[in-house]
Design a protein. Structure first.
Length: 94
């Protein structure tokens, strides 16, 4: 990521979405690792002036409603909510 990624044609803009929560018991994952990944990624995005859609915070406010137990995936209703959030963030940047 870096110069190659930030070079776009036309009026295209990049938006990075943070990784959502990794719950305890998720297969092949370590709960809390996403915090370190997101912190590193935020630093890179800031360095290159790339917008960040904080899906981690957005999801954490609703995790008990929409995240499948011991799983990094969300219910269909949760996925729809994420889609609305992503669309809203992109729309706000247009």
């Amino acid at each position: 990521m870096g110069r190659e990624t930030t070079t776009t044609s036309g009026d295209a803009r990049l938006v990075f979405a943070t990784t959502t929560s990794v719950p305890t018991g998720a297969t092949n994952r370590i709960a809390g690792d996403e915090l370190a990944y997101n912190a590193i990624a935020r630093g890179v995005m800031e360095r290159f002036g790339i917008s960040v859609n904080d899906l981690h915070q957005f999801a954490d406010e609703r995790v008990s409603e929409f995240q499948k137990p011991s799983n990094v995936h969300y219910t269909e209703a949760g996925n729809r909510l994420f889609a609305e959030r992503v669309a809203a963030v992109i729309h706000g940047l247009l």
